[in-house]
Design a protein around this ligand. Structure first.
Ligand code: SAM
Length: 338
């Protein structure tokens, strides 16, 4: 009720049509910034609804562009909106929105790169909750630029693992769009044909919920792929309770030979002369069958493998910094990265 009242009082400037956007800013949607605009109000609302109740929440939107999603967020009566947009040509239209909500919703417009922005500095301290409490009234929302979405989620997972940035305030939730294939990988469970490093990493630190798809045809300009909307809620406890970099290394190497027996990838964690012996020892300690393929390994089993690896490097600290990829620089070895 309060949200409806608050929204009713805010008269937002209408969302310009894409023709207007192009005319107004004399821009063509920039490919390098992955600018694919969503102008259909029903779909915009569907993304924002996927975030749940955001009334009185602090909402950080990544890449607002001309502000379609921003308008929908504001209509739900948030306490504060933080907008991070790299393309300065959108600043005037975002300022119009901020002006329209003056004294009702606090709007911060940051013209900058999400990969270089410290979001936490814009979040009020009083929004903080404990890690084991319900998630704080903070949401990260974004129709993410494809060019940064995977790197951003990996970076955010590392921050979640350390409870840093927006996760220093508690288990901050995310509602984000990805290329459909990436969204499927993030949510892929054991035995799924899209199961990969990203699935294990995302599901180790978050509850991943694949909400729905949006056809590429709904965007302007139309991307070559469809889009998947995903919500992520950090878990109270990760499944693999080890440092992010170690988990990432073990999981990456095991998936580096996706179609082979997983022990083949696991061997690349160790120098050539001890490779077979150490990998076998690690699998024995973890009680994993060496002929299991990577996509057949559950996160609990990855936990046992990572802990066994941790035990081995306690005994042989020199293996910790062994980097198979660095050894192969200059040689023609194709390591499949997923
Ligand atoms: C897919 S568009 C979404 C635009 C708008 N939110 C919508 O849904 O129509 C991605 C937006 O992110 C912006 N962007 C691209 N790279 C960025 C970065 N590194 N940091 C912040 N914004 C970025 C683009 O300029 C663009 O406005």
């Amino acid at each position: 009720m309060a949200a409806a009242k608050k929204a009713f009082q805010i008269r937002l400037p209408p969302l310009p049509s894409i023709k207007d956007v192009i005319k107004l800013y004399k821009l063509r949607a920039l490919r390098e910034l992955s600018q694919n605009f969503l102008m259909e109000p029903r779909l915009i609302d569907k993304i924002v609804n996927a975030a749940g109740n955001i009334e009185n929440h602090i909402v950080c939107e990544v890449g607002p562009g001309p502000g379609g999603i921003t308008r929908s967020i504001i209509q739900r009566g948030p306490r504060k909106v933080i907008l991070i947009e790299k393309d300065h040509r959108f600043t005037p239209s975002l300022e119009l929105i901020a002006d329209a909500c003056k004294n009702k919703v606090d709007v911060d417009i940051i013209t900058g790169d999400i990969l270089k922005t410290n979001i936490a500095q814009y979040i009020p301290e009083d929004a903080k909750t404990g890690w084991l409490d319900s998630p704080p009234p903070i949401n990260l929302i974004g129709n993410l630029p494809f060019s940064v979405s995977t790197i951003l989620i990996i970076r955010w997972l590392e921050m979640i693992s350390k409870q840093e940035g927006p996760w220093a305030f508690g288990r901050t939730r995310m509602t984000l769009t990805f290329q459909k294939e990436v969204a499927e990988r993030m949510a892929a469970r054991i035995l799924h044909d899209q199961r990969c490093r990203l699935s294990v990493m995302c599901q180790n630190w978050c509850n991943v919920n694949y909400k729905f798809d949006i056809s590429g045809a709904a965007f302007l300009p139309k991307p070559d792929v469809d889009v998947g909307v995903v919500t992520l809620t950090p878990l109270k406890q990760p499944i693999i309770k080890l440092p992010f970099k170690m988990v990432e290394k073990v999981v990456r190497q095991i998936f580096s030979m996706r179609q082979k027996y997983s022990i083949r990838g696991a061997q690349t964690l160790f120098p050539e002369d001890v490779r077979e012996e150490m990998a076998l020892r690690m699998y024995k300690m973890a009680e994993i069958d060496p002929v299991t393929r990577p996509f057949q390994i559950a996160n609990m089993e990855f936990a046992r493998i990572c802990h066994a690896y941790n035990e081995i490097i306690k005994e042989y600290p020199e293996f910790e910094h062994y980097d198979y990829r660095a050894q192969k620089v200059g040689k023609k070895v194709v390591v499949q990265e997923v």
